[in-house]
Design a protein. Structure first.
Length: 162
């Protein structure tokens, strides 16, 4: 089992890993994109504080890097390298990967051969299970199921009755 080394992904992975008797292998390349100076700010704050940079970000040029952060292409290369290495190391086995929305977006786009700069039109559901088949040499991803949230049907809604 592999997971981003950030706490929220690791903490999500730990119960499944414990149930399966597997260790969680932290993988820093599965982290969300480094948003540099935008990190921790809302979209409205970014637009107000860095209007020129905000416009460039919204233009969706994959080569443009957020100041003190990474470009979409750097992010894509990092994530695809991690997925390639996982596919190579775990050939023929089932692997659970716990990651973030941007990482999942890259996997989806790679599997569907979608443009990197197109607006996202596919669902990115929190806590969903997304199934892909992977092979290495070169990395190929095939979409088997996306956005499965059936396991959440009986989950307790903390906001119910609030």
């Amino acid at each position: 089992m592999a997971a981003s080394d950030l706490a929220r992904a690791r903490l999500t992975a730990e119960p499944l890993a414990a149930q399966l008797g597997l260790p969680v292998q932290p993988e820093p390349r599965l982290r969300e994109r480094d948003f540099g100076c935008f990190q921790g700010h809302t979209v409205d704050e970014i637009a107000a504080r860095w209007p020129a940079e905000f416009a460039q970000w919204r233009a969706r040029d994959p080569a443009w890097a957020i100041p003190a952060g990474e470009s979409a292409l750097q992010f894509i290369d990092r994530v695809l390298a991690a997925l390639h290495d996982l596919a190579l190391a775990c050939a023929g086995r089932t692997v659970a990967v716990v990651a973030h929305g941007g990482v999942l977006d890259i996997a989806y786009r790679q599997a569907r051969a979608l443009s990197w700069d197109a607006p996202r039109e596919h669902p990115m559901l929190n806590c969903s299970i997304n199934r892909l088949r992977a092979s290495a040499r070169p990395l190929q991803l095939a979409l088997e199921d996306w956005g499965d949230v059936a396991h959440l049907a009986d989950a307790r809604d903390e906001l119910a009755g609030a």
